[in-house]
Unconditional design. Structure first.
Length: 651
């Protein structure tokens, strides 16, 4: 694949001067993978895995089958909500309906195997996560796991629940243990301790981590460099040794107090030895994809491919998928927060929007990041965050050093919106959108704050009017779409834009948003799923993994009940009950409607003849009103394109 060295350097310089997120600012990977030796190394690893059936067996070929008995739910728009039988052959769905009719249709596909489901077992379309980050998740999996979620064994059901007593002391204990029991050698006399998932907003006592606290953990060890990354990906924490290794000036060190947004995060990451940082990258990618399959997922959309590895990251994921190692189908949105890089993407690739092939890897869209995260106090708001204005009960102010109290915006603001201290690109967002949409590219734009949302819609509107883009064909999206007023929702619907909700903002962070970050009134505007549906939009739910755990059934549960899981006590309060959606709506948000947003609904998302045989078999029916904890329903088996890619021990 041709490369332009000068352009790469210019792009990396630009990357150092805008806000993004850790999933989109990994410049530390450039040097390693942009060498022939680096490329050859990860290719050898992938090929070795592909040829080693002991560790990563090749997926079996698809087989012809008829399923009947139990419960079969097509989740199709124009089909009954339940059918008696389903037939698949050559990786596609042949027929649904009565057992007699399905057997008749399958006669020409003999031999086939009949699978009789038990009474409560439920067969439904394979689940879809339309927004996650594969390579960053794999890298951070090799760090200390310091997040607020339960059992860090990802296969354990508790990994989708909040820890009951998450505190700074929990994090400090893990860091001290890593210091006392080193697993890596020092480099040039310095030993790095890296941790991921830190989330002060979900601590029982919100604790602002800074360099002094991390220096205290390092104790007398003057060679211990500590760097921790917030679970949002938008804030990092470093001790003095780490900052010195990054060659920060005394003024920068004093001003930051060891707390960094994305520009500073990039500086620290560059200082970490690359071999240590990338150790186990390929090995960690594969378990992540197998974990997705064990959650019933058959297709994912990586919403930030190429963020730092540029074309090499595309090639890595494509190679991995096409070697037959991935149990899930990988779609990609190419990260494009620099105009030069966006132009290169469009020159080298074309979006696959309507192919009928069962492809392992497909490029679907371009991705832009407009602001930060609300839990990290960096999403772009009209009004200041509560905790940046009002001290907590202990008199502590929780503002982020160097960040205005209304958050940050990535692109050049209209004159009336300019705020001192914002780090902005030279070009306005609408310039990016016009370039992409004029050439037929769908776009996904990350927006969390209420002002960020309005600015994104302003830019979309200008781009649509100027380019005359076919919005119905491009299906433009807003990612997270956290805070939306009623007028914003109707405006979005009128423009033909759809939201993909990080529903964990309600389930996991809803209580701290209500109490500490946004307040009662603004928290009512979070993830308004029902209002979006009533306005005529199709919605999806996503994990944004690494930000929240994989689990579409958990996401559906959080959209149905909207319980604030971080609240004290056994009975969890509901955040804005009016925005609850039905079970069927929630399941379609992780199947058919998610497929539609990913330009895949002609192939997957429902059980209809002609579509790919992507199936998940559950132990119980998620449409059963008596089952509240959908996340606890065991996934018994998963098929992708008619090939069984996962089977639990219970099946």
């Amino acid at each position: 694949m041709p490369r332009n060295t000068k352009s790469d350097k210019e792009n990396r310089m630009n990357l150092d001067h805008h806000l993004g997120c850790a999933c989109c600012t990994l410049p530390i990977l450039d040097e390693l993978v942009h060498t022939a030796e680096g490329q050859a190394d990860w290719r050898r690893q992938l090929e070795a895995f592909a040829s080693n059936p002991k560790h990563y067996p090749q997926l079996p070929r698809h087989e012809n089958m008829i399923f009947h008995g139990g419960i079969i739910r097509p989740l199709a728009s124009s089909h009954p909500d339940r059918v008696e039988a389903l037939g698949i052959a050559a990786g596609r769905i042949v027929a649904t309906g009565s057992l007699h009719d399905v057997r008749t249709e399958m006669a020409s596909h003999f031999p086939y195997r009949e699978v009789v489901l038990e009474d409560n077992q439920t067969l439904m379309p394979g689940l879809i996560d339309p927004h996650l980050h594969i390579v960053p998740s794999a890298i951070f999996q090799g760090w200390l796991q310091l997040g607020p979620f339960g059992d860090h064994d990802k296969s354990h059901p508790e990994s989708q629940r909040l820890l009951p007593d998450y505190r700074y002391e929990y994090i400090a204990g893990k860091i001290k243990d890593a210091i006392d029991h080193p697993k890596v050698q020092t480099t040039d006399g310095v030993r790095w301790i890296t941790g991921f998932g830190v989330d002060p907003s979900l601590m029982k006592k919100w604790t602002n981590i800074n360099s002094s606290m991390l220096d205290e953990l390092a104790g007398p060890h003057s060679n211990i460099a500590i760097f921790l990354l917030n679970s949002s990906g938008h804030i990092g924490y470093a001790n003095s040794v780490a900052m010195n290794q990054a060659k920060l000036t005394p003024e920068e060190i004093d001003k930051s107090k060891g707390v960094f947004t994305e520009t500073g995060i990039g500086s620290i990451l560059k200082a970490i030895p690359k071999l240590q940082l990338l150790e186990g990258l390929v090995e960690n990618i594969l378990p992540l994809l197998h974990e997705a399959s064990s959650r019933g997922i058959t297709t994912v959309l990586d919403a930030g491919v190429g963020s730092s590895l540029k074309e090499i990251e595309v090639l890595l994921l494509e190679t991995l998928a096409n070697l037959g190692l991935s149990p899930v189908r990988i779609c990609a949105a190419l990260y494009s927060n620099e105009l030069a890089q966006m132009a290169r993407w469009m020159n080298e690739f074309k979006p696959d929007l309507n192919s009928q092939n069962d492809s392992n890897f497909m490029i679907k869209a371009l991705k832009l990041v407009a602001d930060g995260s609300n839990q990290g106090l960096t999403g772009f708001q009209y009004q200041p965050y509560l905790y940046t204005q009002t001290p907590d009960k202990d008199g502590v102010n929780h503002s982020v050093p160097g960040v205005p109290d209304t958050g940050l915006y990535n692109f050049r603001l209209p004159p009336a919106s300019c705020c001192e201290g914002n780090h902005q690109q030279n070009s306005p967002l609408n310039a990016y959108l016009q370039l992409a949409m004029s050439q037929g590219w769908p776009v996904l734009v990350h927006a969390n704050g209420d002002q960020g949302m309005e600015l994104v819609l302003d830019s979309y509107q200008q781009a649509i009017e100027i380019t005359g883009a076919d919005v119905a064909r491009l299906r433009p999206r807003v990612e997270h779409a956290s805070l939306m007023s009623t007028s914003t929702i109707h405006r979005m619907a009128k423009l033909g834009i759809s939201p993909s909700f990080l529903i964990g903002h309600v389930g996991y962070w809803g209580y701290t948003f209500q109490q500490n970050v946004l307040g009662e009134a603004r928290s009512q505007l979070l993830d308004r799923c029902k209002s979006a549906l009533e306005a005529g939009m199709r919605i999806s739910l996503h994990s944004d993994h690494f930000v929240s755990p994989l689990g579409p059934l958990r996401m559906a549960e959080q959209a149905i009940y909207r319980k604030m899981e971080g609240a004290p006590g056994e009975e969890k309060p509901v955040l804005n009950e009016e925005e609850r959606i039905s079970r069927l709506q929630a399941l379609k948000a992780v199947t058919l409607d998610a497929a539609w947003q990913c330009h895949m609904d002609h192939l997957i998302g429902s059980l209809e003849p002609g579509k790919l045989a992507d199936l998940v078999l559950l132990a119980e029916d998620p449409l059963n009103e008596t089952i509240e904890n959908l996340r606890d329903i065991p996934v018994l088996a998963t098929w992708r394109g008619g090939t069984q890619v996962y089977a639990s021990d219970k099946h």
